[in-house]
Design a protein around this ligand. Sequence first.
Ligand SMILES: [Zn+2]
Length: 315
Amino acid sequence: VTPTVGVDLGGTKILAVAVADGGEVLATTRHPTPRGSGPLLEAVVDVVAELTEVAGLDPATRVGVGVAGLVDLEGVLRHGPNQPGIVELDLAGELRWRLGERVVVDNDANCAVRAEAASGAARGHADAIVLTLGTGIGAGLIVAGTVVRGAYGLAGEPGHAVVDAKGPPCPCGRRGCWERYASGAGVARMARDAAEADRLEAVLARCGGDPAAIRSEDVVAVARTGDAEAQAVLDEFAWWTALGVANLAAILDPSVVVLGGGLIEAADLWLDEVRRVVPELLVGSEHRTLPEVVAAHHGVGAAALGAALLAAEPA
Ligand SMILES: [Zn+2]
C-alpha cells in the first residue's frame, strides 16, 4: 500500500487529506466549494496539487474522491442535490483527463463507511451501517465485509425512502422522506412546526421570534439548558432516527449501526432514546441480537479519509 490523497467534495466545502500507507494523516486542507462544474473540477485539481506538494508525495499518488449524491459505478455524478445545476457530470472521467488514471470516485457516505470500518466505530464488524445525519442523511452499507454499491452504484440512499406518504414535502419532489425527520434539517423543520403551534418559547426567543430562523443548533443549545419542549423535539428526532435504523436492521441485520454527522455532537441528548426505541420498532427484538447503535469515531473528516482508503484499494 502506498500513500494516497482523499477528497471530500461537499456542497459547501472541499476537505482533503493526504494519508500515509499506515493510515496516518500527513496533511489536511479545506477550501470553499465553487459553483459550476468547471470551477469545481479545477478546485479538485488544485487541492490535489496542494496536498501532494505539502505532504511531499509522488505526483502519481492515487486520488479518491467522495461526493454527495448519486454516483454510478463509472464515477459519474448522476444527480448531486448539494451541487446546484450539476447533473450527469462524469467526475471520474473529467478528473482522469486532468489528473491521470489515478483517480477513483464514489459517494461520500460510501467513503465514510470505509473510514469507520478501517479505524473507527465499525472496525471488526463484517455487517455494518454508517449513517451521517447532517443536513440530509448519508448512508454507507457493509454486507459480509464489502461496501454495497448495488447493480448501478446507487445503493444506500435511505434518506429519500418515504416513511410517511402524507408527510412534509421534500426538495426531491416526494413527501415524507426519512431525511425530513432524521437529520439536522428535520430537527429544524419539526422545531418550526412546534413554534408555529405556540410551543418552543425559549428556542423562539433565541431566534428573534422568527420560526423560520430556527436551526437544529438552536434546538440543541436550548435542550442543553434542560428545556423540556426543545428536548421533546430531539426525542421526536430520535424516534424517527430509530425508525430508519430499525427498518435498515430488518433488511440487513447488521451487528453495528454507526451514527455520525453534525447532530452526533449532541449525542448525549438523544442517542439513548434511539437505543430505547429501536427494539420497539424491530420485529422479534426479544429473540434476536440487536445491533449496537454507536456514535461515529471519525468526525467531519470521515469521507475524506475513506476516499483515501478507496484510492488505496486494488483496482
Ligand atoms: Zn426526498
